[in-house]
Design a protein around this ligand. Sequence first.
Ligand SMILES: Cc1ncc(COP(=O)(O)O)c(C=O)c1O
Length: 356
Amino acid sequence: MGFEGVVDLRSDTVTRPTEAMRQAMAAAPVGDDRYGEDPTVNRLEERYAELVGKPAAMYVPSGTMANQIALRLHGTAGSNVVVGRRQHVVAYESGAAGLSGAFQMHAVDDAGGLVNIDAVAEVVAAGQGGFWPPVSLICVENTHLASGGLAVEADSLASVAALGVPVHLDGARLFNAAVARGDTVAELARSATTVMSCVSKGLGAPVGSLLAGPDDLVAKARLHRRQMGGAMRQAGVIAAGGLYALDHHIERLAEDHHRAERLGEVVAELWPGARLGADQANDGANRAANKAATGRSFTNVVAFRHTDGPALLEHLGRSGIRAGLLAPGIVRLVTHLDVDDADIARAVAALASFAG
Ligand SMILES: Cc1ncc(COP(=O)(O)O)c(C=O)c1O
């Protein structure tokens, strides 16, 4: 089902709206959202707030804007914002955190999928004791991209929140986490003060993310959105794609996970031990042990170490398969709405024919 013969596994952001989604978008009632008068945007915001179990939500153009607004809401001057060192908010947002406030980012190890709880507790205690700057916010990510799209259990987030500091959950792919784990997104977001999710990724809408939280914070978030130039007008046209995705594309995420599992098996055969997150996931040899411990599982991302990523990408490209690099030496393959079983078979054959 790839476009123009190309199977694009670089990211789940590459999907095109389906015909039915386009029709929903074309038919959407709209108004001026800057005045709060776009009925479709309002419906999308209410729907997301309800799904994640928070009082209010706001629609923004991108996940990056949602994360950066969360930093502006919570991060006080002279404080520490604690974050996993490979999380999107600190590693992949072009240094925006440094522009979002007079706080500093304190990055801790996130090899275990969320954040190292002992490391976070140390920073919080040092702040409370007046040794280090006070901690104004802890950021976590689920699914955790740098662990290969690992879906992390709600208890981990609860332990972080128990430290008594506001928590922002980057749930760009929280719906993938919920489907993979069999939890609701509300369960996975319960301990977070604010949570954001993207409808533009695995859910397949063309544009947009949502930031949810308490009424007062979302009201302030609207001011930040305006300052950042993110207040839109007849945004119902694009928000309708998000609503359609929430109605029709959540359960089908399981298909993406299943296809990623197939790619993961092939990667494990070709490059044993190279897959990120494999020690954590309810997968392969770890299935029984981790199922009992956490039920952590992979979702729609296969990330693995490879000594010559560019050569592998070039080889795949010659077979019409596009893959991406997450970092130097880390290849990633992401399944999504526009990838079907035949595409996976092509990708598997192309991977297997790489001699390196
Ligand atoms: C975990 C995570 N958070 C945030 C974002 C940012 O989303 P956007 O690309 O819409 O700015 C991404 C995008 O890939 C992501 O993977």
